[in-house]
Design a protein around this ligand. Structure first.
Ligand SMILES: Nc1ncnc2c1ncn2[C@@H]1O[C@H](COP(=O)(O)OP(=O)(O)OP(=O)(O)O)[C@@H](O)[C@H]1O
Ligand SMILES: Nc1ncnc2c1ncn2[C@@H]1O[C@H](COP(=O)(O)OP(=O)(O)OP(=O)(O)O)[C@@H](O)[C@H]1O
Lengths: 216, 216
């Protein structure tokens, strides 16, 4: 069934399990440290403390019937690789595993799993958002189009959208405005923006940078 | 100057340093384990092996004059927090630090730094991309507005934008269409979409989910 098997409840595994659960997915978790499971027993349903991840345990917990399994074991690279191998041998259609180094990742890919590198990927994401706009919330969709969240300063406060004229002056589109955590998507030309409104804009990195400068 | 000070060259710090360097930024790195610095001496310019991160070292290396500093020390939480405090005391405009737990993050924010949680954020990102079939990237801006990249399947190929009628049928806005990594932002009603075009859409999570289902 469309269920997700997660092995290892470190920070990565736990965050993955909680987010999948929030999205309404069925999640089955195997973890060797019982206290980690106890800490979340009211947030996750199918949690199984195990001594080791054996084929028997994978069958009994139902993970062997999951469509996707994610191995989130960290320091114990041997277990990370061997558990991944068992999951692939069981015929689970999609097996993803956390890699702690480039070569570890190569081994995982050779045996048929997809490797993810959480720390490396976050380093890259942070670098990109620092370089482009100085905001932490930034999405570069392709070389010539990015989306950025820009919190308005007094420089633009209390002016109407048509007066600010983002499109002509900065070559940016307003995608949505977030005020007090609520989205305002129907934005008329006479809409007046306020300080701290978050403008979600789309355009080139240069255009975003210019607007950020004007907003200082 | 617009230089970046990085403290700690673990996987997160190294990836951040390399990506910033690739973007043409000046990067200064402090690390206590010399072998880690030797491994990258032909990829990074300003690398300083240190016994400990003191104010003197911060001045001598030039980090005290950086506009942004990122503390990437992991297991040694005491050093992570104290080094962060020193950077803030030195008046560095923006200090970002890697947090290993929620409470660690709260301490960092209390002292004036921005906390990042690489493993937690990657767990969330992976969950979101797993949950949304065909969705390559996803950004939740607030409870009622998210942006998702959806790669079109044959279900919608070769139809015009006005025929698909995303706004009326799915309550979604098309922000931009990405074809062969180039952005098409001026989208007229008669624009015909092709298989594998990436539609970047905005709307509620429910609306996005419905469109993803229709795109299966
Ligand atoms: N053989 C195993 N079977 C199941 N769980 C395991 C096994 N080995 C380790 N784990 C669990 O996997 C989790 C993650 O492993 P570990 O803490 O070593 O990695 P980490 O890289 O520090 O994690 P993170 O960065 O995600 O917090 C831990 O909770 C650990 O108890
Ligand atoms: N006081 C310090 N000053 C400078 N560097 C330090 C200090 N303490 C630790 N480091 C370095 O910071 C780096 C990251 O720390 P550590 O390996 O503990 O974290 P980690 O969470 O496992 O890292 P990552 O997940 O990014 O690989 C290491 O290279 C370590 O040598």
């Amino acid at each position: 069934p469309d269920a997700y098997g997660i092995i290892g409840l470190g920070r990565f595994g736990l965050s993955l399990a909680l987010e999948l659960t929030k999205a309404g997915k069925q999640v089955i978790v195997l973890e060797i440290e019982e206290e980690k499971l106890n800490a979340v027993k009211d947030q996750l349903e199918n949690i199984y403390p195990v001594k080791a991840v054996t084929e028997e345990v994978l069958h009994e917990s139902g993970i062997s019937h999951c469509r996707t399994a994610i191995v989130c074991i960290g320091k114990d690279i041997e277990s990370n690789i061997l558990v991944t191998m068992s999951l692939i041998e069981l015929g689970i259609p999609r097996v993803i595993a956390k890699a702690t180094s480039v070569n570890h990742g190569k081994v995982l890919e050779h045996i048929g799993a997809e490797a993810v590198f959480p720390e490396v990927e976050m380093g890259e994401r942070l670098a990109r958002s620092l370089v482009s706009t100085g905001t932490l919330d930034f999405l570069e969709l392709c070389e010539d189009f990015s989306i950025a969240n820009i919190s308005l300063t007094r420089a633009f406060a209390n002016r109407s959208v048509e007066e600010i004229n983002l499109r002509k002056r900065f070559h940016l589109n307003i995608i949505v405005i977030i005020r007090q955590k609520r989205a305002i998507s129907e934005i008329l030309p006479n809409f007046v923006v306020e300080e701290n409104d978050v403008l979600v804009v789309g355009g080139t990195n240069d255009a975003i940078r210019k607007f950020e400068k004007a907003n200082e």
